[in-house]
Design a protein around this ligand. Sequence first.
Ligand code: ATP
Ligand code: MG
Length: 408
Amino acid sequence: MRQSKLFTKTQKEAPKDEVSINAQLLIRAGFIDKLMAGVYTLLPLGLRVMKKIENIIREEINAMGGQEIFMPSLQPKENWQKTGRWDAMDDLYKVKDSSDREFALGPTHEEVVVPLVKRFAQSYKDLPFATYQFQNKFRMELRSKSGILRGREFMMKDLYSFHLTEEDLNEYYEKSQKVYFKIFERAGLGGKTYLTFALGGTFSKYSHEFQTVTPAGEDTIYICKNCSQAINKEIKGDVAVCPNCKGEDFNEEKAIEVGNIFKLMNKYTKPFNLTVKNQEGKEQEVIMGCYGIGLGRLMGTVVEVHHDDKGIIWPESVAPFQIHLLSLKQDEKANEIYESLAAKGIEALYDDRDQAAGEKFAEADLIGIPYRVVVSEKSLKAGGVEVKKRNEEKGEIVEIKDLIGKLK
Ligand code: ATP
Ligand code: MG
């Protein structure tokens, strides 16, 4: 894409009321725009990152047999009354129409997916299966100071699995943990993301969080020095030894909850009376699990983990473009290179604007595309273009004929 055509611009300053690094950098670099506290527009660059994240998740969830659907945000009050959450959930947005009919704006989708599955699942032969979606959630978050880490409207991947037996649910639950690690690894958070016991007492075996270590984290976790199992602070008080390996030494870290998995058991299938005929021909209650990842939160976490004082440093897997091509008054050569990159399907942002070199470099650092390719009089004299990785200090001259091979 030609940067001269991009309708958004970078900004020197972030809005004063944004205190989080992720929002400051993403707003300044032109990835997101703030509509109001906790509600953001994804701009062209931001949407490209979001789609990359979405595709990583989709590939991994499809590989484990998830079936993608898309459920509504506007949901009937009756379903929420049935589960008791109309009154019990304090972050639920409730809306009323002109005839005083009330609806929920979905903060999660058990109240939709369970009645949906009830219309199709009849026999044990229909189980197990899992269905998921990418959908905006609405939650009345009171503290929304963390930029896109905590939105009032935010994109979530929510997966729901349905099983006849606890054994089967357990097996799926274990598998989901491996898939989640793979997703976070692919998104650039490998080595920093820990499986964490989320709740105390008997619940600890029903729920886990995936926590990414960074100073921006709202949560505190304790990581076992021996086996890397982590425990959330809320329970740590009672736990003297690691529940996994009985280790006694922990590191205390700030962390962001990027994902959460639950064995819901019959919590939502019971109110809707979701049963199937078992092998004996008797009606048996279906049990379920749910598995969430916040995509905006994941994007914000990547920025919190991968940045320096100049800007964002995107991992290649989620970068909006792979190449930032900068023409320093060498448009003819740069145009040619841009065309040949496009022909090879290499995603490039092409800074073809008439601007000072210093400004172009500063903006490239702020936006954070993994490879910067500079076409200048100096580089051409030296025999080609200058290729520099965003996370390295020094670039190197590459002959134009070798550029594509080098980048691939
Ligand atoms: P938190 O404790 O941070 O409020 P939660 O326990 O309410 O999170 P879940 O209901 O389990 O979160 O949602 C699943 C995932 O959705 C979370 O792991 C997180 O990645 C994401 N998420 C939750 N709330 C938000 C939010 N307000 N903004 C962005 N992402 C969110
Ligand atoms: Mg919450």
